[in-house]
Every structure is written in structure tokens, then in C-alpha cells.
Write a protein that binds this ligand. Structure first.
Ligand SMILES: Nc1nc2c(c(=O)[nH]1)N[C@H]1C(S)=C(S)[C@@H](COP(=O)(O)O)O[C@H]1N2
Ligand SMILES: [Mo]
Length: 384
């Protein structure tokens, strides 16, 4: 056995012409995923110097959908890109001049970082969308941290390769200027055929996953983890049983606490039902890659704040009845509390809220990550 050498890879398909074209779209996908990922991260940070807007109500749903779509499209693009450039791994290092050696080492090192970061992002992103956490680190902080590594390495890579990329785009895809000397054998399909197949695979990946959030396309969404079914047409993320919400806790003795300084109001579910009700169509946009719109009915949050004499634009903390797992509390910035569309929902699609959707009551606010739409609310506390 000997290690393969670069000249073992003879297919004309493994060319700069193909790599540049696939790489450009891969880069676009990573940039789009990076920007939309920053939006999602910012929406979830506690300290927001620029308040995250409450409008449009579907804004976060859109950016999160685009994020997942871009990441999914990147999977076939990355696979084809790696297949195309793989022989370069076996290129001999330049001999002699130390400077050339250092430069080659730097280039390969930066590509190793880029490839590792790209694979990490796509694998953790896909696993997150599948709600599969085979690791022990926090998804959000690691996906966020490595995003910076990936985008930094990507920008460096683009800067280094720009002349070749530009040349490749300006000449025909069958051009041979930048081909490796060994890449002279006809491939099993044409370069155009390979590119068309790649674009098709990326398109199918997008439709099959992201379409779950687009009304009418849900049936095409065969890869989506969420079926789109659930009481009121909204899927269930974590059930009451899984969160350790007991029947007792949501029974007749349930009271919602609304606290502001030393003022405390306790409300039964009947008290909440007796208050003025509002109905709003608002989406749940889960960071785990699905979204669904619901017609929610309940009490405006700012009406509850008025009960304890708190300003409508107070920052509030919501605490859940749940006893297990994360996401049991969330902080609602003032611009959301003041928004008349922000509800403490008691019903969905004309029916009482199902236990798994957050009965006795749950938060639903416009343009807010699903993970912050706290279910089974027990306490609303004015922070500032
Ligand atoms: N208390 C509590 N609220 C929660 C969660 C949770 O685990 N516990 N999950 C959140 C997540 S991640 C999402 S996407 C939405 C989903 O709401 P649904 O299950 O009603 O669709 O609820 C949010 N509210
Ligand atoms: Mo979620």
C-alpha cells in the first residue's frame, strides 16, 4: 500500500472551474447563514443595546427559515466542493525555499480550519434541527463561536483564491487553464452535468427541509422533522410530561402570579378568561428549524402589567411551571411587553390551549424566537 498521489486523480471534473462555481454558491450560503445566525443570536441575548424589533411579526420566522435553508443547501455544495478539491491534499509540499514551504503550510492550515469549521457547523446544525444532541456542549454557544471561525477562515480563503475564482468565472466551465496536469480523463459526466446535478441537489435539500414553514409546501417537506401536525395546527416542541409539568400544577389550584416590586396579583385561569380577550395570528418559529402559524386568543400582556401598576413597556421575566430541562424562563424586553399583539394565550385555533401547548397559559409575542415563547407560565415579574 502506498498513499495516493495527486496524479492518481485524473478526472477532468475535479477542476478549478467546477470548484470555483460550487465554491461561490457555498460561500453565499455560508454568508447568508452567518448573517441570519447573528440575527437569531442577537434575538436571544439578554443585553440588547439596539432593541430587537417586534415587527414584522414574521421577521424572525423568515430569517430563521432562511438560515436553515442556507445551511441545508450548503450540505450538497460542500460535499461536491470537497470531492472536487480532494486531490490537492496529496500535492507534494514545495521543496527548497523555506518561504514557499511556510506559505504552503499556512494555506493548508487555513483550509484545514475552514473545512473543520464548515463540517462542524453543518453537522451540529442538522443535528439540532433533528433535535438530536449526541454531544454535551451547548449547541447555541458552540454553533455561534465556530461561526466566527468559519466566516474568518472563509474570508481568508476567498481572498487567497480570488484571482483563480475570477478567472474561472470569466472562462468557459470546460476551460483548462487552472487544471491540474493529471486531470485529463473524461469524467463520468460533463462538468455542466455535474454542476446541474449539484444545483438540483441543493434545491431539493432546501425544498425538502425549509418548505415545512411555507404553507402549501408542507407536503413537499419530506425531510422536516416536524410534521406540522399538533393541536391547532402547531407542532409540539416539548410535551408537558417531558418538562415535568404535573396535572396538579395546572389544576384548580393554579394561580398566575403577576409581581411588580412589592405588589403581587394572583389570578386563577377563570380570572384570566374573564379579562378582555384579544386574538392574534402569530407564528412559533423554533430555533430548531421549523415554524408554524397559529391563531392565539388570550389576555394582552400589557393589560396584566396594568393590574400591578407597571408601565406597558416594562421588561418582564416569565417563569414556567416546568420542573425539568431548560427554557423554563425567559425575559421579555419592553418593546414586546408594550406591543398589543403580545398575549398571554389561553386558547389556540378557537379551543382551550392544549396542555402540551402550555395550558393554563403561555406567552406568544410577535417576531420572537420560539424558544422564548414560554409555556405553562406561573409567574410574570416586572424587572425594570
Ligand atoms: N416552559 C417551556 N416553554 C417553552 C419550551 C419549553 O421547553 N419549556 N420550549 C420552547 C420552544 S423551544 C418552542 S419552539 C416553543 C414551542 O411551542 P409549542 O410546543 O407550543 O409549539 O415553546 C417554547 N416554550
Ligand atoms: Mo424551539
Amino acid at each position: 500500500m502506498r498513499a495516493p498521489s495527486e496524479s492518481d486523480f485524473g478526472s477532468r471534473l475535479r477542476s478549478a472551474a467546477v470548484a470555483a462555481r460550487v465554491g461561490t454558491w457555498l460561500g453565499v450560503c455560508f454568508l447568508v447563514a452567518f448573517v441570519t445566525g447573528l440575527v437569531s443570536h442577537y434575538a436571544q441575548t439578554g443585553h440588547q443595546p439596539v432593541p430587537f424589533p417586534a415587527s414584522p411579526a414574521w421577521g424572525y420566522r423568515l430569517t430563521q427559515g432562511v438560515h436553515v435553508a442556507a445551511g441545508t443547501a450548503a450540505v450538497p455544495l460542500l460535499l461536491v466542493k470537497l470531492w472536487t478539491v480532494y486531490p490537492r491534499l496529496f500535492q507534494p509540499l514545495p521543496r527548497g525555499r523555506a518561504r514557499a514551504l511556510v506559505l504552503a503550510g499556512l494555506e493548508r492550515g487555513s483550509i484545514a480550519v475552514l473545512v473543520a469549521a464548515a463540517i462542524f457547523q453543518l453537522v451540529t446544525g442538522l443535528a439540532n434541527a433533528a433535535q438530536w444532541y449526541p454531544w454535551s456542549f451547548s449547541f447555541r454557544s458552540s454553533h455561534y463561536a465556530i461561526a466566527w471561525v468559519a466566516i474568518g477562515a472563509l474570508l481568508l480563503h476567498v481572498a487567497v483564491k480570488l484571482p483563480v475564482v475570477r478567472d474561472a468565472w470569466l472562462t468557459d466551465v470546460d476551460g483548462t487553464t487552472h487544471d491540474r496536469p493529471a486531470a485529463v480523463e473524461p469524467g463520468s459526466l460533463t462538468r455542466r452535468g455535474l454542476l446541474r446535478t449539484t444545483w438540483l441537489a441543493a434545491g431539493v435539500a432546501v425544498v425538502a427541509t425549509a418548505a415545512s414553514g411555507v404553507p402549501g409546501l408542507r407536503r413537499a417537506s419530506v425531510l422536516a422533522v416536524r410534521s406540522g401536525e399538533g393541536p391547532g395546527g402547531v407542532p409540539i416542541n416539548r410535551s408537558a410530561a417531558a418538562a415535568g409539568v404535573t396535572a396538579d400544577a395546572v389544576g384548580p389550584s393554579y394561580r398566575l402570579q403577576v409581581a411588580h416590586g412589592d405588589r403581587l396579583v394572583e389570578l386563577s385561569r377563570d380570572d384570566l378568561v374573564a379579562m378582555p380577550q384579544a386574538t392574534e395570528v402569530l407564528p412559533i418559529a423554533c430555533v430548531e428549524g421549523w415554524s408554524a402559524s397559529g391563531t392565539w386568543t388570550g389576555v394582552r400582556l400589557r393589560d396584566l402589567l396594568a393590574l400591578v401598576g407597571a408601565p406597558a413597556d416594562s421588561t418582564v421575566r416569565l417563569t414556567s411551571l416546568q420542573t425539568r430541562y431548560a427554557f423554563g424562563t425567559s425575559t421579555l424586553p419592553g418593546q414586546f411587553a408594550a406591543d398589543p399583539r403580545t398575549l398571554l394565550a389561553l386558547g389556540l385555533a378557537g379551543e382551550d390551549l392544549a396542555l402540551d401547548h402550555g395550558f393554563p397559559c403561555r406567552l406568544i409575542a410577535p417576531d420572537r424566537p420560539g424558544v422564548l415563547q414560554t409555556k405553562w407560565v406561573r409567574r410574570i415579574e416586572v424587572l425594570a
